[in-house]
Write a protein that binds this ligand. Structure first.
Ligand code: ZN
Ligand code: ZN
Length: 379
């Protein structure tokens, strides 16, 4: 079928909206009409090839939509289902089998390979000479900066019919990561203390979740006052602008014995060191921000000796089919108001949306690709 998709031709190039051909879903795949799709930092990293990814490619991995068709062998999902597309996993390796799909041994090829694991690709276009050219797809097994997407049955999450579908895409990556870090990875306790270094979309989701979990001291640290104000409104009990104030001194004055948890999202080595330095004995510093490959941080070994833990977190340790419906329940109960972070753009405004994210004017951009009620219009 002919679809509209945002393509990156080469490293650092803007997105261009083009007509592509999309094959029918194969075994265990589903075809989803995309309603809306969030823009995540990982899409921007990939646009600039900060991690290897083949070009030309269709990115996008925070989509919501309506199932249009299913391939052979699909049993849990049917046409008409409203769904959120989340991260893929193989389902067969040891982390997958032990319930840790976010750490799937095949995650890299599944997310960033630009093709199916068997090397095939559902997306292509015709060259000016009329020859079939591959456009890499299957990014996070969805490539959802597009009117339609091929996903796996296993990375599609059915959501309730009355849920606000156009808002839900970022639950598939960014918001799931921040909230999952609190509920699943750290299991933040009532009356505990936590600092969040960097309050963009993921950090603010973590702040909301920490409040919902009953943490009594929630410290937001950032260099943008606007984001710190939003953090206060969403549950931060203290804010620190690290451009103007010493984070370590301020944290010490708020929690003299040190923090139970720190979430590090800035991906800066000195901030990971600080995250460990400000922990209480037995506290945990968790790294979420993706630093360039090969980045090293120095940590005082004696700090670790005293029972402290440093760990990384992918996708908030979520099992999306269990976790995303819980986040929707929490949202509907008014305890996880993630809609406050979202600003909508038309699909054609994808480059402007990314500029606004970079300038700090938008926390979470969501592109409206089609409306749930409109007739099917692939172009
Ligand atoms: Zn993401
Ligand atoms: Zn796996």
């Amino acid at each position: 079928m002919r679809i509209r998709a945002a393509v990156i031709e080469q490293k650092g190039a803007p997105f261009t909206i083009e007509q592509l051909e999309l094959d029918a879903p194969r075994a265990n795949e589903v075809l989803v009409r995309i309603v809306a799709v969030g823009i995540c930092q990982t899409d921007i990293h990939m646009q600039h090839q900060e991690y290897p990814v083949p070009f030309p490619i269709v990115l996008g991995h925070e989509a919501s939509g309506i199932v249009e068709n299913v391939g052979p062998g699909v049993s849990d999902i049917k046409p008409g289902d409203k769904v959120v597309l989340s991260f893929p996993s193989c389902g067969h390796c040891s982390p997958c089998l032990s319930g840790s799909a976010a750490y799937c041994l095949h995650a890299y090829e599944l997310c960033f390979g630009g093709q199916r694991l068997d090397g095939s690709n559902a997306l292509h276009r015709l060259s000016t000479k009329g020859e079939k050219e591959t456009v890499h797809g299957h990014f996070f097994c969805q490539s959802s900066f597009a009117a339609y997407s091929i996903a796996l049955e296993s990375n599609v999450v059915k959501v309730p019919d009355d849920a606000p579908l156009e808002l839900l895409g970022p639950l598939g990556c960014g918001f799931q990561t921040g909230a999952g870090a609190i509920f699943n990875s750290l299991r933040v306790q009532v009356n505990s203390s936590i600092a969040v270094f960097g309050v963009g979309a993921v950090g603010l989701a973590a702040i909301m979740a920490a409040k919902a979990a009953g943490a009594s001291k929630i410290i937001a640290i950032d260099i943008e006052d606007k984001r710190l104000t939003l953090a206060s409104e969403l549950g931060a009990t203290h804010t620190i602008n690290s451009k103007r104030e010493s984070s370590s001194e301020q944290i010490k004055s708020i929690v003299p014995i040190g923090l139970d948890y720190v979430l590090e999202l800035t991906a800066r080595p000195e901030m990971l060191k600080l995250a460990v330095d400000v922990l209480a004995p037995k506290g945990t510093a968790a790294l979420i921000g993706g630093a360039p490959l090969g980045t090293e941080a120095s940590i005082d070994m004696n700090q670790l000796l005293n029972g402290r833990t440093v760990r990384g977190i992918i996708q908030g340790d979520a099992v999306p089919r269990l976790f995303i419906p819980k986040l929707i329940d929490l949202y509907q109960a008014g305890r996880f108001p993630f809609d406050r972070l979202i600003r909508f753009y038309d699909f054609a405004e994808i480059n402007e949306a990314i500029e606004d994210i970079k300038k700090g004017q938008t926390i979470k951009a969501v592109l409206k690709v089609s409306t749930p009620l409109s007739p099917l219009r692939p172009w």
